[in-house]
Design a protein around this ligand. Structure first.
Ligand SMILES: Nc1ncnc2c1ncn2[C@@H]1O[C@H](COP(=O)(O)OP(=O)(O)OP(=O)(O)O)[C@@H](O)[C@H]1O
Length: 360
């Protein structure tokens, strides 16, 4: 979908070299006293992609998003939206660019005294559209988010998921270049979260909508993002395609964020691990080709000796298999070095976690 906007008087020159880039952030910095909340962030969001920004509490996500929607002034660095620099603009010049960014929030931010259709149509009033035009667009959007029958209802009569659908419809009313989602599913139960994420993905695919998601939940990133950037202490510490970051996290912060949703060694075994024992416990990480082949069968036929699958599984992320298996290898009958060598040769990453003396 091609987005157009009227030239803005006094705005900075167009950054033509990056026309497919919807948002470009260059070395952005914002500090509060001694705290560098955003400490040199550079990022691009390309047209039609879903980029997830994930980080723990206090990592700098809100500050970054506030810089993006113009609520916070960075100390230095630049932000371009559709090639136009928004950093350094006066409040007046910022207004039209702000409308190129749609926002959805954790607590929906709907006006309780206005009906659903009035909430959705509100951004268009600011644009000066007639009441008929506004209501026509609102009806179109409510259809898109599956709430056509709630047009005349008030927000108080809606469930959390329905409120967020209204929030999405309102954010899309003025046909923004990018949708910023600030923890938009954090207040919702898991089933409603799934339906909202499915809706966002559907809109992303149907309309080619560009989405920038800020979240502390990797599950959100896993289900709909194309790329992910991990932010920690104001810096992007890791960035890449979602499946590859899940398959091979490079930083401790990413590993700890992943811990909640990747298979973990069962507690009953983890607490019994020692430095020696009859059974070695191996963590085997596989992705792509390695996860497509009958790895355990090949291991059983190629290397003599006993082993068992203790725990684990294979997930599909962006169509790519990503898995973690925990194997118990009987050290009396099977060589550990040989087993690891065999698995490494098939592009599996192997770590010996420790040993247990009995395999209860
Ligand atoms: N207005 C402010 N004044 C002082 N310090 C601030 C201010 N805003 C943010 N900070 C500090 O900057 C750092 C980043 O905060 P920020 O709110 O951006 O993180 P976050 O990742 O959004 O966290 P959360 O998920 O908990 O909202 C924190 O150390 C925070 O205490």
């Amino acid at each position: 979908m091609t987005q157009h906007f009227a030239p803005i008087e006094g705005a900075s020159p167009v950054d033509t070299a990056l026309s497919e880039t919807v948002v470009r952030i260059v070395d952005l910095r914002r500090r509060f006293g001694q705290t560098p909340a955003v400490d040199g962030v550079s990022l691009t969001v390309r047209k039609g992609e879903v980029l997830g920004i994930i980080g723990r509490s206090g990592a700098g996500k809100s500050t970054l998003i506030r810089c993006l929607n113009g609520l916070e002034r960075p100390d230095s660095g630049q932000i371009f939206v559709e090639g136009r620099e928004i950093t350094g603009l006066s409040e007046r010049d910022l207004q039209p660019l702000r409308r190129r960014i749609g926002m959805i929030f954790q607590h929906f931010n709907l006006l309780s005294a206005k009906t659903v259709e009035e909430n959705v149509a509100l951004p268009l009033k600011i644009e000066g559209q007639s009441r008929d035009e506004r209501l026509r667009r609102a009806a179109e959007l409510l259809e898109l988010v599956g709430l056509a029958d709630k047009a005349k209802a008030y927000p108080a009569a809606l469930s959390g998921g329905q409120k967020q659908r209204v929030g999405i419809a309102r954010a899309l009313a003025a046909r923004p270049a990018v949708l910023l989602s600030d923890e938009a599913t954090s207040a919702l139960d898991p089933e409603t979260t799934r339906s909202i994420l499915a809706l966002l993905k559907d809109i992303n695919q149907k309309l080619g909508l560009t989405i920038l998601l800020i979240t502390h939940e990797l599950e959100v990133v896993r289900s709909i993002a194309d790329r992910v950037a991990v932010i920690d202490a104001g810096r992007i510490v890791e960035e890449g395609q979602v499946w590859s970051i899940f398959a091979d996290p490079r930083t401790e912060v990413t590993r700890s964020l992943l811990a909640g949703i990747r298979p973990q060694l069962p507690q009953a075994i983890a607490t019994r691990l020692t430095g020696v024992g009859r059974e070695a416990i191996l963590r085997v990480d596989i992705a792509g080709e390695a996860a497509r082949r009958p790895l355990l069968q090949e291991l059983a036929t190629s290397v003599p000796g006993r082993f068992r699958l203790v725990h684990g599984g294979i997930d599909t992320i962006q169509g790519e298999p990503v898995g973690t298996l925990f194997l118990g290898v009987d050290t009396a009958s099977r060589g550990i070095a040989e087993t690891i060598e065999f698995l490494n040769a098939r592009k599996a990453r192997v770590e010996v976690l420790g040993y247990v003396t009995d395999n209860a």
